[in-house]
Design a protein around this ligand. Structure first.
Ligand SMILES: Nc1ncnc2c1ncn2[C@@H]1O[C@H](COP(=O)(O)OP(=O)(O)OP(=O)(O)O)[C@@H](O)[C@H]1O
Ligand SMILES: O=C(O)C1=C[C@@H](O)[C@@H](O)[C@H](O)C1
Ligand SMILES: [Mg+2]
Length: 161
């Protein structure tokens, strides 16, 4: 969450001449609600079901850069799809970088509300680290790098696969 998928994704897609889908935007368009509304009115389980359905819809499109939310790795069926259908890039950032970036944006991310921001981020990263390692085809450390530099690193990784 907050490592830059939605920011780097469009830069990478332009560079490759691919289409771009932000899975959170797709989920919101499908539900006709914002993500905080889905969490508040329908609950996290309903959000995760929508997330899985939207991921499955994208999974067989070619020439696509997809920026999912950081929680997409929680469901085992999503991890299977990610491993089998995508070149998955784990944008790895330290919790302090993410907290700094999301300080003004936490209200848009229901899982970060009402907690000490850095602590909550650290907890989520610890809970999910094994899942990210399980699905990643490439890991890019993003601290201190521009979106363009990160996109360049990913493009180089893609060429060498
Ligand atoms: N390389 C970067 N350098 C500086 N700021 C960045 C960088 N990448 C993203 N940001 C900023 O960090 C914030 C979070 O980025 P972004 O929304 O792209 O994260 P995300 O990985 O898509 O998060 P989520 O998992 O919640 O969808 C935004 O304010 C964005 O402008
Ligand atoms: O990391 C997560 O679980 C989430 C990240 C966001 O992009 C959204 O998908 C939602 O707020 C959940
Ligand atoms: Mg995003």
């Amino acid at each position: 969450m907050g490592c830059g998928k939605s920011t780097v994704g469009p830069v990478l897609a332009r560079r490759l001449g691919y289409g771009f889908v932000d899975l959170d935007s797709d989920i919101q368009a499908t539900a006709g609600r914002t993500i905080p509304e889905i969490f508040q009115l329908d609950g996290e389980a309903a959000f995760r079901a929508l997330e899985s359905a939207c991921l499955a819809r994208c999974a067989y499109q070619s020439r696509l850069v997809l920026a999912p939310g950081g929680g997409v790795v929680i469901a085992v069926e999503n991890r299977r799809l990610l491993r089998n259908q995508f070149h998955v890039v784990y944008l790895r950032a330290c919790p302090a970088t993410i907290a700094e970036r999301l300080r003004g944006e936490a209200e848009h991310r229901p899982l970060l509300r009402g907690h000490s921001l850095e602590e909550r981020i650290e907890r989520l990263m610890t809970e999910r680290a094994a899942f990210y390692d399980e699905v990643a085809s490439q890991i890019v450390d993003v601290d201190g790098k521009s979106p363009e530099a990160i996109a360049e690193e990913i493009a180089c990784g893609l060429k060498s696969t």
